[in-house]
Design a protein around this ligand. Structure first.
Ligand code: FAD
Length: 355
């Protein structure tokens, strides 16, 4: 439990804004530091994001996480929207999930949504500010130094009781010893200007996804590009072709705009939520369970949100706020362990330790 109350949140994308909202509402004194001049300048600034279930035959932990995460995000959308509706933040909609070549229906839900990510991030920050938070832009944090009681960000007169790192692919630079195993996966979404009369009735996913026409644009995504892969301009059109050939033909002749950004994803594709490893403490051979792992007293992370940030960020932020307050978190121990930032360090330790 964090007994004092000055918390630094680093990064003002979806993760940082969600943490700022959850922590400020829980009564912590929050200061957000963002390297750029505006919020949502990374992946969280895409034109539209979709919220849809993760279907698995055995409803595994990843599917369970997305299920609880979606419910949390839908609640946040109605809390932050206008008059208990999502307002301009997004809209609930049906989502049709087809298999990769669109030859078969995998899943259909009426409980999906599309979201305007930048507006959502701004709404979270506005509410955090209304609860007393401060947001400082154009302030890149290059290192975290900890004494026995405070975290210092290398800025004059700025030290905190705890820091939550929400900097996506820069997270490992700030938490180099945390063993978070993050990869950068670049991706492009393409917005096509087509008329409302051509709109799909709902979100359709196959290998990629296509949205209804929103603000005069249909958004199609998203490519996966590792490392130095070149940006394939035709790839989102190819994805649309699989979903609906005539619509792709129309889009090929319509004005379009690409936005490229980067996902930060962990090796097991689950997010990192909570207190990081304390690398200064030796890992005793007797450690075999996640709750025995040494935790840094002041350093936390919400990251590795991958392709489904909107299924993870609000829930992750509520978990961190609950853990900092020392109250029961909103998910059970198995889901908590699945997103625990020390899980890779534990797995490595288990491989090294004889049974
Ligand atoms: C092409 C693409 C399509 C996607 N589509 C969807 C979708 O449909 N649905 C969905 O749920 N998710 C989607 N995602 C994923 C979602 O966008 C991300 O999971 C989410 O935006 C990540 O939020 P974040 O806050 O962790 O990262 P970011 O949005 O990248 O924010 C990190 C912030 O930290 C700041 N920062 C970095 N380093 C520092 C530093 N040292 N000091 C201070 N500030 C710093 C950055 O400037 C940035 O503002 C998509 C992602 C991509 C790339």
């Amino acid at each position: 439990m964090v007994t004092r109350t000055d918390i630094a949140v680093i990064g003002a994308g979806l993760a940082g804004a969600a943490c700022a909202r959850a922590l400020a509402r829980a009564g912590f004194r929050v200061t957000v530091f963002e390297a750029q001049g505006a919020p949502a300048s990374g992946a969280s600034g895409n034109p539209i994001a979709i919220l849809h279930p993760l279907v698995s035959s055995d409803h595994n932990l990843a599917s369970q996480w997305v299920e609880v995460g979606m419910k949390t995000t839908l609640r946040w959308l109605s809390e932050l929207g206008e008059g208990n509706s999502m307002g301009s933040l997004g809209q609930s909609c049906s989502v049709v999930q087809l298999n990769r070549d669109a030859s078969d229906l995998v899943h259909w839900t009426a409980d999906g949504a599309w979201i305007r990510p930048t507006q959502f991030v701004k709404a979270c920050l506005s509410e955090a500010i209304a609860c007393g938070a401060q947001v400082i832009f154009n302030q890149e944090i290059t290192a975290l130094e900890t004494t026995s009681e405070r975290v210092s960000l290398g800025l004059k007169n700025q030290s905190f009781d705890a820091a939550v790192v929400c900097t996506a692919q820069s997270t490992e630079l700030l938490l180099p010893q945390a063993q978070l195993m993050l990869n950068a996966l670049h991706g492009t979404v393409t917005s096509y200007s087509i008329s409302q009369s051509e709109s799909l009735p709902c979100v359709i996913c196959a290998d990629g996804y296509a949205t209804p026409v929103i603000d005069g644009q249909m958004v199609v995504g998203a490519s996966y590009e590792r490392g130095d892969d070149t940006h394939d301009k035709s790839s989102n059109l190819d994805r649309l072709r699989v979903i609906c050939e005539p619509l792709a033909a129309l889009c090929a002749a319509s004005p379009s705009q690409d936005r490229r950004s980067t996902r930060s994803a962990s090796l097991d594709r689950m997010p990192h939520v909570g207190r990081v490893l304390d690398a200064n403490q030796p890992l005793k051979p007797s450690i075999s369970q996640i709750h025995q792992m040494p935790r840094h007293p002041m350093l936390w992370v919400l990251g590795g949100l991958g392709s489904r940030g909107f299924s993870s960020a609000p829930l992750g932020a509520e978990i961190i706020a609950a853990q900092m307050r020392g109250v029961v978190p909103p998910v059970g121990p198995r889901l908590l362990a699945a997103v625990d930032p020390v899980r890779f360090a534990l797995r490595r330790h288990q491989r090294r330790s004889p049974c």
